[in-house]
Design a protein around this ligand. Sequence first.
Ligand code: BES
Ligand code: MN
Ligand code: ZN
Length: 493
Amino acid sequence: MEFSIAPLKSLSTLRTDCLVVFVQQSAEGCGLGDAQAVDSIVAQARQDGDFSGALGSAHLRSRPQGLAARRLLLVGLGAAPTDARAWGKAAAAACAALKGRVAARVHVACADAQLALVDATVRAFGDFAYVYTATRKPDPEPACRVQSVQVLVPSRQAAAAKTRLERAGAVQAGVDLCRNLANLPGNHCTPTHLGKVAQDLARRHGLKVDVLGRADIERERMGALLAVAQGSQQAPRFIVLRYEGGPKRQAPHVLVGKGVTFDSGGISLKPGAEMDEMKFDMSGAASVLGAFEAVARLRPAINLVGLIPATENLPSGTAVKPGDVVTSRSGQTIEILNTDAEGRLILCDALNYAERFKPASVVDVATLTGACVIALGHVNSGLFSPDDALAEALLEAGRQAHDPCWRMPLGDEYAEGLRSRFADVANIAGRAAGSVTAACFLQRFAQEYRWAHLDIAGTAWKSGADKGATGRPVPLLVHYLLAQQPSGAPARS
Ligand code: BES
Ligand code: MN
Ligand code: ZN
């Protein structure tokens, strides 16, 4: 999909396969200046009851009168002030209306003060055009026939729109990378493969990368990661990626991504139904790699470290057993009461490793608990942090990026359930507040820096007919990281 910006000139003479115009529910016309033809079609469609302007409503006209465009697509913005969420919904409605139609060139008209539409357009059409092809032939009749989208903006906003387009395009590249990787089946996307993807990313963008193998991981004494890995024939990896866009002495931000390339539960085996979806259990890792793809394209003035512990979680004669006690990299011993609570085990060693960077912040991203799906569904990622300012920065990034998260509690009362008679800590507590006690477990290993945890179990992928990775929370992460630039500092090129 090609995206571009052009100044908004005469709408009536514009030649295109489809002109998309967004309309406020209560507004008389579309607010685009020279647009009498569009306005009268809006009025007509309203009168006929074909178009209400409600958020997400759409009305498609072929050969619209008074316009050179082959089609006119009206999309409703609703009555409330349009925020990132509403733009997202409206842009997605535009794509839905074009599903299956032959419209190679699309133009989106953007009125004054509607620049958020640039982000929403790239996101919606980017997602619309996404096709998974790694292990299958493409559909002969694709849903998306759109090849290029040009956003038309008032001339004096063209520069600002181009900046936004560049950001949105980089985010979309990160989202695509994340989706491709997370969608890849477990027999293709092994820990070794994740390591290769990180190396390829580093080579393409000139980043630093280290991929530790089993022997290196043993040398690092990452006993919790090794315990999870010991049941699998696939060798584990610990990936360290570095982007240096700020001065050497500037403390880096660290992203940690859970990279369980398949989670069977181990000896605490999961039930069979939908177990295939546990190939998505490396979505945290995929989102960290996706965020690096975007950051490496945008080159903000920050330093960034990515840490990815990667392993399978399988049952076997060598697998770790319920009741086993292992020593984590931090020195804390852990009683593994349930081998299916493996994400926190591999993350705790990565969080401990992160201390060496004296980081400005550490955000871990993980498909950590089914309980988070019960708590927040598929709308919000779960956000856990003892640091109010960091939590607010991530909440705001989520709002801006139309990739929301919701703050959840932490606290000693919850952490108490993790007490063990045979180790310093147990890897599970009771059934109650499962996403919170999982976060409390991680918190024990993240005491030395500002830390937040994103539980993306409900948001990283969709089940059912359109099963697949969503690319979340790449947009949130990228917005957060861009906002961490010291104000006014130029990026090192
Ligand atoms: N990867 C799962 C979490 C998960 C479950 C994500 C369902 C998405 C959908 C994680 O490793 C896990 O198995 N967690 C257990 C923890 C429990 C044993 C305390 C869970 O959520 O059931
Ligand atoms: Mn598990
Ligand atoms: Zn898991």
